[in-house]
Ligand binder design. Structure first.
Ligand SMILES: Cc1ncc(COP(=O)(O)O)c(C=O)c1O
Length: 381
């Protein structure tokens, strides 16, 4: 029977939402949508018509503006892979990824968030203890809590804390999560040290290469790709697409099919994604010119920050992501930058321990853009 939602239910929703948002508002943590009418790797156009230079895009190589090069006779996979049948196109893309990155198996996912939740859940259901960095992505932390995993968080990039924690686990099998380039601190782990520690304790090493892929390592293959036992990669950042994948040992598909609800109970990624993947990943591999430009720009930017007098103690990041710690004024500083034509949204707890600005450079930015941001920041901070 058709009707309209009941007034009492509607009122309950409004009351509950109001008090929930008021709580966040009083803590300065309320988040709102900012409509934009266009975005590329360098700018955003706001709905009021202003175009700002954006430092919030993960379109590191500018591939997000590439036209789609394939057509598909289907727009959807229409069912989960276990019920509807596992489409040959998905397997072909997975074989390409496994081969390209040098792993026995690759599994496609609709998103990186889902891939991480699935992986944490599956590893934990195999009886492994998960050890994650405190700054691992929210998807890893969501997976830890949602799956009831036995887990420990270690201080950001602290090898001594990691070693101590692994030593305390005794004979319990453990899986260590890290990121090839941490999305918020902009730092990479010391690969050699991490591999040495995880080898010493016989643990499984997992690296989320979301922000490294396409940019860091030969052909943009990432930081720990090849050394980590399992790698999570996303297509929505440097590859300019959407969706994600996991690379890993023989048995990865079986593990996902049997241990990971976010893989089992979801519609499979569409064939059109699978058709785009080989060309896009191969294309990105050829973009050494953009990679060099971007990493050069990142060095220039950090130098410009220091020349402008921004305290190095508040600046972190070794590559194309820089985090500037601001504290409670982060939202105000972001608004001041916006008034001056620069789009750098504030990032607040719980995403980061102390609020600040996450500055993401892309190969589309110019040296002028980077220098302008550095000098403006020095004024408004
Ligand atoms: C490190 C990291 N992992 C995973 C994800 C999630 O990827 P996706 O955007 O494909 O869900 C993100 C995205 O913000 C990320 O920064």
């Amino acid at each position: 029977m058709r009707g309209t939602p009941s007034d009492s239910g509607q009122a309950l929703f409004s009351r509950s939402l109001e008090s929930f948002l008021a709580g966040l508002g009083s803590d300065g943590l309320l988040r709102t949508h900012r409509p934009v009418t266009a975005t590329d790797g360098r700018t955003v156009r706001l709905s009021d018509g202003r175009t700002l230079v954006s430092f919030a895009s993960n379109d590191y190589l500018g591939l997000g503006a590439m036209p789609l090069t394939v057509s598909s006779d289907r727009s959807s996979s229409s069912a989960s892979r276990l019920l509807g049948g596992s489409l040959a196109e998905l397997h072909r893309a997975e074989e390409f990824l496994a081969d390209f990155f040098g792993y026995p198996e690759a599994v496609l996912f609709p998103s990186g968030f889902q891939a991480n939740v699935a992986l944490v859940m599956a590893l934990s259901r195999m009886g492994l203890v998960i050890v994650a960095d405190r700054q691992d992505h929210a998807s890893v932390k969501t997976g830890l809590r949602a799956s009831g995993a036995r887990f420990h968080l270690v201080n950001h990039l602290s090898s001594s804390h990691l070693e101590k924690r692994l030593a305390s686990l005794g004979s319990a099998g453990a899986a260590v999560f890290t990121e090839g380039l941490f999305s918020m601190s902009g730092k990479s782990p010391d690969s050699a040290q991490l591999i040495e520690i995880t080898d010493k304790f016989g643990t499984i090493l997992i690296s989320d290469e979301a922000h490294a892929l396409g940019v860091l390592g030969p052909e943009g293959r990432g930081v720990l790709t090849g050394s980590a036992h399992i790698v999570v990669g996303t297509f929505g950042k440097a590859y300019g697409l959407w969706g994600a994948f996991i690379l890993g040992p023989v048995g990865l598909h079986d593990l996902m099919a049997n241990g990971a609800f976010p893989y089992v109970y979801t519609t499979a990624p569409p064939p059109v994604l699978a058709a785009l993947v080989p060309e896009r990943v191969s294309h990105a591999a050829q973009m050494d010119g953009e990679r060099d430009r971007l990493l050069h720009l990142a060095r220039r930017f950090r130098q410009a920050l220091s020349d402008a007098g921004v305290s190095p103690e508040n600046v972190s990041g070794n590559h194309h992501i820089t985090f500037v710690t601001v504290g409670p004024r982060a939202t105000e500083v972001s608004a001041l930058l916006e008034e001056r034509g620069l789009w750098v949204p504030a990032v607040r707890p719980p995403t980061v321990p102390v609020a600040g600005l996450r500055i993401s450079l892309t190969a589309m930015h110019t040296e002028d853009d980077a220098e302008r941001l550095a000098s403006t920041l020095a004024i408004v901070l």
